[in-house]
Write a protein that binds this ligand. Structure first.
Ligand code: NAG
Ligand code: NAG
Length: 354
């Protein structure tokens, strides 16, 4: 996504108290494929979603910085876990599935995300209000955005959405604010010449105490009225944390065949069995080393802005990030995007990878 200062300034122009600094209000970087497969670490829906079987992991046993030897993200001090679902095409002709390949988010091209399957991560501070301070959560903190059981629209603002990209947006990923009125909570209902960009905006307010909760959500909250961070958190969740957002680019163009879009039916299905898109969701597990993220957030507007935070954080070569990813993929086989399978399965060993 090409998210310019001018767009933000326009978006928040009515907020007279704010001197919106646009690109100084977030940190943005790429992570190559880390965990993208059918098993959701927080929700574990599988083929038969079982949202009531929740497991709170002992935060003391999950502290990525002490367990990771490398990271698939640009910044080496970030060993956080970013999880999201993959999308499959289901053939309306014979019911078989093919995983939809991902593509790079243009802005980061040449630095990291040439590898299929990356995602772009944002850490944002409030765009409005005078107090832009955010407090980084503690090791073991995790949260879930979205609800895998949803199959229709809910809520009064969009925190999760899909953008039907025009051909001209294919490289740069589209412009403007995320989850605007042209984006949809469902999958797009028509063929997208430039593919689909999925956006997941996490809550920005925390109760300040619990690292997790039984539904992985109630310890965090959105600021009133908007998915995007305002500067006011509810009294129940008074601690303003950096607002995390993911962008995932899906290259759906090989499925832009009118034969697959008959009777107004779109052909995509999320890996957890959702053919609507309303169930889109993502998990976040905090894993920054020491005070690295706090230093970066505090430096927004001075020595850090958007892609550029190398004065504060250590950056690694894209090759090294991708190398880390491959080691993890050996355990988490996502299957191939080159052939059709009869069901969405973790182990697609019957599928010959070209
Ligand atoms: C199923 O349909 C897809 C396209 O709709 C086609 O490419 C594929 O070869 C078909 N597979 C079988 C086994 O017929
Ligand atoms: C990204 O890299 C590819 C291959 O090197 C190139 O074809 C494409 O134009 C690049 N896109 C941008 C935005 O630089």
């Amino acid at each position: 996504m090409f998210w310019k200062a001018i767009t933000l300034a326009a978006l928040f122009a009515r907020d007279t108290s704010a001197q919106v600094q646009g690109s100084a209000d977030f940190l943005r970087f790429g992570c190559s494929q880390l965990v993208i497969e059918r098993i959701d670490p927080l929700v574990t829906p599988g083929a038969n979603p079982s949202p009531h079987t929740h497991q709170i992991m002992d935060p003391n046993t999950i502290d990525p910085p002490t367990q990771s030897t490398c990271t698939s993200c640009s910044y080496t001090e970030d060993t956080s876990n970013y999880w999201t679902a993959s999308i499959y095409f289901q053939s309306p002709e014979n019911g078989t599935f093919k995983r939809v390949p991902q593509m790079a988010n243009g802005r980061l091209n040449g630095t990291l995300l040439e590898q299929e399957g990356g995602l772009t991560v944002y850490y944002m501070r409030p765009f409005s209000g005078s107090n832009k301070k955010t407090t980084v959560p503690k090791p073991g903190f995790r949260m879930l955005a979205g609800d895998p059981t949803l199959r229709s629209k809910t809520g009064n603002f969009a925190n999760i959405c899909h953008r039907c990209l025009q051909a001209r947006d294919r490289v740069m990923g589209g412009s403007g604010a995320p989850c605007d009125s042209s984006d949809t909570a469902s999958f797009p209902t028509k063929m997208c010449p430039g593919g689909i960009r999925a956006t997941i905006i996490f809550p920005s307010c925390w109760d300040g105490k619990n690292l997790d909760s039984p539904d992985h959500k109630s310890h965090v909250a959105y600021a009133a009225g908007s998915a995007l961070a305002g500067d006011k958190c509810p009294s129940t969740h008074p601690v303003r944390i950096p607002q995390v957002m993911y962008e995932i680019m899906f290259d759906t163009t090989q499925f832009n065949n009118p034969d697959y879009w008959k009777n107004g039916k779109q052909p995509f299905v999320y890996s957890f069995g959702d053919p609507t898109g309303y169930g889109a969701h993502a998990d976040y597990l905090f894993g920054w080393k020491g005070d690295a993220l706090q230093r970066a957030m505090d430096a927004l507007g001075t020595s850090c802005a958007s892609e550029d935070c190398t004065k504060v954080l250590k950056i690694q070569d894209g090759k090294d990030a991708i190398g880390c990813t491959k080691a993890q993929l050996a355990k988490e086989d996502v299957g191939s995007s080159t052939c059709y399978v009869t069901q969405i399965v973790k182990d697609e060993s019957g599928c010959k990878v070209v």
